[in-house]
Design a protein around this ligand. Structure first.
Ligand code: NI
Length: 279
């Protein structure tokens, strides 16, 4: 603040007796002029302090039109005003509203391909947890699942409860299945869906396998009714859900594709299950 520095300098100068460079006292007119200048500076400073306060007020005044602008934005028709924050919110969540369909117990010689056709038409990726014992004779289907960008996981060889087996048996169930899948797809198998949801973390061979469970169990194997499945899933489904189904039934394939259509219309994006558990 230069005015304040000048004021302090001049005040000190005056207090030291107002001498010129040679140490001679200043003539009276110079003293008078300096005193007047000091007074002027003091007034300027005081005004500066006041204008500082006014400055705050100025900022407040500057802020006021901003409120005014917001207020005038708010003054658009009430419907639009009420709607725009919501639509903005749903627009943001629409980008991140993800959900995963998972199909266990395949590959099935008929229904898996029918499902793949429907998913491909809709540009949807899903997750398939395969049983080793169902792969033989259906290798082309396994290859197609991988080629079309779906995630393949391990569902054991014989659909066993891992926790009831010995270490050796359990490891064989998982490793044989993974090996079979990798032989066909050329890709490692990183995820396992333990049958019955029973997973034993103590198994050494399972260290590299990541279990994927589910949040919505459709019980499609007992329902066998596409309409009921659709109603159930569409009403229950929430963001980040992992939906458990089985590509072993005609009703499930029909229901799954209608579920995709309905939930896509609601803004859901279908992703592979690994995308939902890794975040
Ligand atoms: Ni199963």
């Amino acid at each position: 603040m230069p005015a304040l520095s000048a004021y302090i300098y001049m005040k000190e100068y005056m207090e030291t007796g107002m001498k010129d460079r040679k140490g001679e006292p200043l003539p009276a007119w110079k003293k008078g002029l300096l005193t007047a200048a000091l007074g002027l500076l003091a007034v300027t400073l005081a005004a500066g302090v006041r204008s500082g306060r006014t400055g705050d007020g100025g900022r407040r005044e500057l802020a006021a039109p901003a409120y005014g602008e917001r207020a005038s934005e708010g003054a658009v028709p009430a419907g639009e005003e009420a709607e725009s924050p919501r639509s903005r919110t749903s627009g943001e969540s629409r980008e991140s509203k993800r959900i995963a369909l998972t199909f266990d117990d395949g590959p099935h010689p008929v229904y898996t391909e029918r499902l793949l056709d429907g998913l491909a038409e809709r540009g949807v990726k899903a997750t398939f947890f395969l049983l080793g014992c169902n792969i033989e004779g259906n290798e082309e289907i396994v290859r197609r699942i991988a080629e079309e960008g779906h995630l393949i996981g391990n569902h054991t060889w014989y659909h066993v409860d891992i926790t009831t087996l010995t270490q050796e048996e359990a490891c064989a169930e998982i490793q044989d299945t993974s090996r079979k899948i990798t032989e066909i797809t050329g890709q490692p198998v990183e995820y396992v869906r333990p049958p019955f949801g029973n997973w034993n973390r103590e198994l050494e061979c399972e260290v590299m396998m990541i279990p994927i469970f589910w949040s919505v169990d459709t019980l499609d194997w007992s329902t066998r009714n596409a309409d009921r499945l659709v109603d159930q899933v569409v009403s229950e489904a929430e963001e980040n859900d992992i939906i458990l189904m089985h590509d072993s039934y005609d009703s499930t394939v029909k229901a799954a594709l209608r579920i995709v259509d309905l939930l896509q219309a609601e803004g859901y994006e279908f992703v592979t299950a690994d995308e939902l558990i890794l975040e």
